[in-house]
Design a protein around this ligand. Structure first.
Ligand SMILES: Nc1ncnc2c1ncn2[C@@H]1O[C@H](COP(=O)(O)OP(=O)(O)O)[C@@H](O)[C@H]1O
Ligand SMILES: O=C(OP(=O)(O)O)[C@H](O)COP(=O)(O)O
Length: 464
């Protein structure tokens, strides 16, 4: 399907959330075909696969390549059907980063040579280079081609910071890119990049020009299984650096199942301040509330404190317990229960961990009163854990995940830094499931839809 500028404008209005359609996670999953459903795609057909390639493969298969292994089932389905699969995707945020090692490892996982195309796009003319067109022509049924890092080209990143006013300017260029892919690469698109939750052109624009789209088997399984289960979580541990996770927490609370909220990390400081203010008092959160730090990721503006106050007040009325840190490890290693204006917290202190352990015990008692296993969702880290001076909180709490799982709770870890912490300080079987993505998981459970699901749903239903 050729995408006009006008069609692309309508598409981008949905992608950037200007035009909203109220769909839940399960609606998206029901409306997007699975790769298994593409039974009428003939052998020898080129199929574009958005892959989960953002990883650092270690010395041997199985090390640092879980995202690549997660694609195997989908790629094997394509190979058994004789499709010529053109895999593309990003690695990191630096446009200079190369996928050469990823290509080699994916070849080891699939047991075959994968042709690597290092320069496949002409950014000056927004066209697909002849090297790629020739490689597809020369490929045999079942072959794989892998394209260099999509973020090498600026066009991949133009929507990251785009505002609604930019849509008319971008629509023509992005329509051209989508049409180039459909004309010169493939007219069938499979998304098997569960973690690709950003507004990358490859995952949120290219599907617009495709005749057929589908979700890969791994991504489908993650959304319809563990993520669908997390929608019913009664306990959430919301921690980490950025206060905008408050929107996701609010969305989880609004769904109505949450009864326990544990919070830690720098974002918890906003909730602590809010809780004090609700009692007519105040609590200094140090540099995190100093407007001189307003460009820093840990800064908490007054409106976020207001948002947290409303969340706590309304939540308590519904019977939700908010469990918050009571002591902190500060920048110089001091443990304190209060902060001065120049202080910054980088971890929770031991009294907080004692409190959290006691409250997890209470949660487990409460969980016994349910007719079915309780569900807990853990996101983020309790401090700047990469620095050994500030890792104790994140590290010690991991044992509570095991404790809950051992007590029969279904425990999920929302990938990202929390997932790394589990790998570092725990064992995979301490939890029910550790997601291979952070941002996508929060979006799926939180306030904003997953961008690639919005794109796939529009492409599948041709509703734009
Ligand atoms: N006070 C802090 N609390 C929590 N994380 C912090 C803090 N200071 C720095 N960080 C860092 O922020 C990152 C976590 O950020 P966040 O956006 O929550 O990540 P994710 O959502 O991927 O878990 C970690 O790298 C952590 O070390
Ligand atoms: O690692 C990723 O996501 P995650 O850090 O949210 O798990 C993805 O590759 C997305 O990367 P991006 O956040 O640079 O778009």
């Amino acid at each position: 399907m050729v995408v006009t500028k006008e069609k692309m404008e309508a598409w981008l209005r949905r992608i950037l959330g200007v035009d909203k359609v109220k769909l839940g996670l399960l609606d998206y999953i029901a409306r997007i075909p699975r790769v298994k459903d593409l039974t009428d795609v003939a052998s020898g057909t080129p199929v574009l696969v958005r892959g989960d390639l953002d990883c650092k493969p270690g010395a041997k298969v199985g090390e640092g390549d879980i995202r690549l292994r997660s694609m195997k089932e989908t790629l094997e389905i394509g190979r058994s059907r004789g499709w010529i699969q053109v895999i593309f995707g990003h690695i990191g945020r630096d446009p200079q980063l190369s996928l050469d090692k990823v290509c080699k490892r994916l070849g080891e996982i699939l047991g075959c040579e994968i042709k690597f195309i290092s320069d496949w796009f002409d950014p000056a003319n927004l066209t697909i280079r002849p090297e790629l067109v020739e490689a597809i022509k020369a490929a045999k049924p079942g072959d794989f081609i892998l394209l260099e890092n999509t973020r090498k080209y600026d066009i991949e990143r133009v929507l990251w910071k785009a505002k609604p006013a930019d849509i008319p300017n971008l629509a023509e260029k992005l329509a051209k890119v989508a049409n180039e892919f459909a004309e010169k690469v493939a007219r069938v698109y499979v998304h098997e990049a569960f973690s690709a939750g950003s507004l990358d052109t490859s995952s949120v624009v290219v599907p617009a020009a495709m005749d057929k789209v589908a979700l890969g088997e791994y991504a489908y399984g993650e959304f319809s299984g563990p993520l669908a289960d997390c929608l019913n979580a009664q306990l959430v541990i919301s921690s980490g650096l950025k206060i905008d996770k408050l929107d996701d927490l609010q969305a989880m609370i609004d769904r109505g199942k949450i009864r326990w909220v544990f919070t830690a990390g720098s974002l918890a400081m906003g909730l602590i301040k809010a809780a004090y203010q609700l009692e007519g008092k105040d609590f200094c959160i140090g540099v995190q509330e100093d407007p001189a730090h307003k460009d820093q990721p840990y800064y908490i503006p007054p409106e976020r404190v207001e948002q947290a106050k409303k969340m706590i007040a309304e939540g308590r009325q519904k019977g939700i317990q908010f469990v918050m840190p009571v002591d902190f490890v500060l920048q110089d290693g001091r443990v304190a229960s209060t902060l001065g204006p120049q202080d910054q917290q980088f971890d929770v202190g031991p009294a907080t961990l004692d409190l959290f352990e006691k409250k997890i015990g209470e949660f487990l008692e409460w969980a016994k009163t349910l007719n079915e296993p309780a569900i807990a969702f853990h996101n983020g880290v309790f401090g700047k854990f990469e620095d050994p001076r500030f890792e104790a909180g994140t590290k010690r709490f991991m044992a509570q995940l095991k404790r809950m799982k051992d007590a029969g709770v279904r425990v999920y870890v929302g990938g990202g830094e929390g997932g790394k912490a589990l790998e570092l300080y725990g064992q995979p079987d301490w939890v029910t499931h550790n997601f291979t993505a952070g941002g996508t998981v929060l979006n799926a459970l939180g306030s904003e839809p997953v961008p690639f699901l919005v794109a796939l749903e529009m492409a599948a239903t041709k509703s734009f």
